[in-house]
Ligand binder design. Structure first.
Ligand code: R5P
Length: 310
């Protein structure tokens, strides 16, 4: 069996450390240099020759810096004769750029997938892509995990006798339904239209939320535009209480503070992105055990599917 070698980029050192602790393997050192002309250089400071190399890098702010760093790390591993290069990308930010919905527009999700392969990446492990078809942008194998198991375990501790799961849009309704099934709950979904990064409209909610304890489920909360619009509709329709859950808690533009200041009872996300802010209403669930188990199975050539079965 080839030796495993785990390296972490600079995007999320705490998650890399946690994954390595679960795997009981050392985190291999990486030297990152920035030259006077602003170019980056990466040196992997541990032997990669014929190793099964895993590079952990979440594409979070500053996304472009972290992306280039990941590409350089893959290139360095390839140049150092790695047997296989696995990119572990807990949050693949460019997944949101997945369609040509305006003239002359770039499709970053596809381009970045190609760049990763060009840099030497042989396979990808990621979590909750914005839309499932982004998986198909990659010409190498992708293991696409979700965090529904972690989120469902959290909500099982709550009184769910009057609860309903609500997806803000129809695109995420299938995942919300899978989550609701895990909890034995009904599901509802918003009819959402997005006009720009900061402007969405949810005209109606399909399903019954009146007098219910709502669990809003989304793939990510960025500026919170979507969730704030949904909260308005839920209040209008007489929801009894509202909790908010997502996989990727990005919380741009003070979205966490704004959400916590609202009447939501709790906010739950995972640690695919590092969180600077804390709040008593916020619970952050770790995906490190799931990612570590997936890495172990990939390395050992075992099935990963039971980790992402709905
Ligand atoms: C959009 O379609 C996604 O599912 C999320 O609802 C969206 O990315 C969240 O972004 P924001 O919080 O900025 O509305």
């Amino acid at each position: 069996m080839r030796e495993i070698a785990v390296f972490g980029g600079s995007s999320h050192p705490a998650l890399t450390a946690e994954i390595c602790a679960h795997l009981a393997v050392p985190q291999r050192p990486v030297l990152l240099k920035r030259f006077a002309n602003d170019c980056l250089e990466v040196q992997l400071q541990s032997n990669c020759r014929e190793r099964d190399v895993f590079i952990i890098q979440s594409l979070v702010r500053p996304v472009q810096e972290h992306l280039i760093e990941l590409l350089l790390m893959a290139d360095a591993a390839r140049g150092a004769s790695a047997a296989r290069i696995n990119a572990v990308i807990p949050h693949y930010a460019y997944a949101r750029s997945d369609k040509k919905d305006a003239p002359r527009i770039s499709i970053g999700g596809r381009l970045v997938a190609d760049l990763l392969v060009t840099s030497g990446v042989d396979r990808v492990l990621t979590l909750n892509l914005h839309s499932p078809q982004v998986h198909g942008f990659f010409s190498v194998p992708v293991d696409h995990l979700h965090a529904l198991r972690e989120l469902a375990s959290h909500f099982r501790q709550r009184d769910l006798s009057n609860a309903v799961v609500v997806s803000p849009d129809l695109g995420y309704a299938k995942s919300a339904a899978a989550f609701a099934r895990r909890l034995g709950l009904p599901v509802a979904a918003g009819a959402k239209e997005r006009f720009s990064d900061t402007e969405v409209r949810i005209a109606a909610i399909i399903g019954d939320v009146t007098g219910r304890d709502v669990i809003v489920l989304d793939d990510e909360i960025s500026r919170g535009t979507t969730v704030f619009e949904l909260l308005d509709r839920l209040r209008e329709q007489g929801a009894r209480s509202i909790a908010v859950a997502c996989t990727h808690g990005l919380f741009a533009d003070n979205a966490l503070d704004k959400l916590a200041a609202s009447d939501v009872t709790e906010i739950v996300c995972t640690n695919t992105a590092p969180l600077e802010a804390e709040h008593p209403k916020l619970t952050v669930l770790s995906v490190a055990p799931a990612l570590a188990e997936a890495i172990r199975r990939i390395h050992d050539g075992e099935s990963v599917s039971s980790l992402f079965d709905h």
